[in-house]
Design a protein around this ligand. Structure first.
Ligand SMILES: [Zn+2]
Ligand SMILES: [Zn+2]
Length: 340
């Protein structure tokens, strides 16, 4: 089969690799669509050290079950599925508490270097990672469940409720997913700050109020009436954390989901004296992921707005290069088995 691998920082290439037959409690999936994530781009560029040459990445994916190994019900062959890429031990305190994303042994399909992931024609995964999709839903929607689950989990981490006034800093796919999750949770007062016009247009097409960093303070006053009670920082820099602090009420919950900077500088008294709570969010629980898959099936109008470019897997090297050098701009690119 063809796979897309990173051959050197900034360079992707197509390679032939053999399909790995599913063994005990594994499933072979024929891939229909895999999304390119911001972390894939940063990783290929060599910026975050989270991707390695020779690696087959791809963690936002959907396809059809092709074959199953021992211990898996063969009735699922042919079913449309997505993959919950967070792999956990299932047995530690975190896993037993339904917080697999906190498992000390967790790893992520598409991030771990020695596991061939979804920028490929096929992927072999544990049955526990397979999430069945509703048959009526276009299967490529399944590739959007992963980023949507990240945004949903961020809102859940803040225990967001319909009375909250939410500011989302960063309107890329994760900020968009957080805004979509607000709607799902019944929150009506939401402002999204995003400087990029293309991403901002997607935020507006989804029906949310969009502002820019320059107009942020004013937009928060106007659209939230007062400061925010929940802020999602989908960027993760000292500057965006400062904006989160200055635009939130005392007692606000600030969720750090963006990972732009490894180290942050912040005003400690904005936390202590104002009793703000700084909350980390990473991936999703297995329950967040599965409930997001079920939610997506009923919201096709949302799903169709998010993807603006479908490209065949064979064009992957070109697409990555064009996204990295800026000649192609897109909100969300899906690499497809076939386009048409
Ligand atoms: Zn991702
Ligand atoms: Zn565990």
């Amino acid at each position: 089969m063809s796979v897309l691998t990173m051959v050197a920082p900034g360079v992707m290439a197509l390679e032939r690799r053999s399909v790995r037959e599913p063994t005990s409690r594994e499933v072979l999936i024929k891939i229909v669509a895999t999304g390119i994530c911001g972390t894939d781009l940063h990783g290929v560029a060599g910026e975050n050290g989270r991707r390695t040459p020779g690696q087959v990445m791809g963690h936002e994916t959907a396809g059809y079950v092709d074959r199953v190994g021992d211990g898996v019900d063969p009735a699922i062959v042919g079913r449309p599925v997505t993959i919950d890429p967070l792999v956990s031990c299932g047995d530690c305190d975190a896993c037993r508490n339904g917080a697999a994303q906190q498992c000390p042994d967790r790893w992520v399909i598409g991030v771990r270097a020695d596991f061939d992931a979804a920028f490929a024609e096929y992927i072999t995964v544990p049955i526990d990672s397979v999430v069945l999709l509703p048959v009526a839903m276009p299967v490529w929607y399944g590739a959007l469940i992963e980023p949507l689950a990240v945004g949903y989990h961020a809102m859940v981490r803040a225990a967001t409720n319909p009375n909250d006034r939410v500011l989302i800093i960063g309107g890329g796919p994760i900020g968009q997913a957080a805004a979509i999750a607000c709607r799902r949770l019944g929150v009506e007062r939401v402002v999204v700050s995003e400087p990029d016009e293309l991403r901002g247009a997607v935020v507006e097409a989804l029906g949310f109020v969009r502002t820019t960093p320059a107009d942020l303070n004013e937009a928060v006053r106007r659209h939230l009436d007062t400061k925010a009670t929940v802020v999602i920082d989908a960027v993760g820099s000292s500057m965006t954390v400062a904006a989160a602090l200055s635009n939130s009420q005392r007692g606000a919950r600030i969720v750090l989901v963006g990972m732009a900077s490894q180290q942050l500088t912040l005003w400690a008294y904005d936390i202590t004296a104002a009793e703000r709570v700084l909350i980390g969010a990473y991936c999703y629980s297995h329950e967040d992921f599965r409930s997001t898959a079920a939610w997506a099936a009923d919201h096709p109008e949302t799903m169709s707005v998010l993807v603006d470019l479908h490209e065949p897997l064979a064009r992957g090297p070109h697409v990555f290069a064009a996204l990295l050098n800026g000649t192609t701009k897109a909100n969300k690119v899906l690499l497809r088995d076939e386009v048409g």
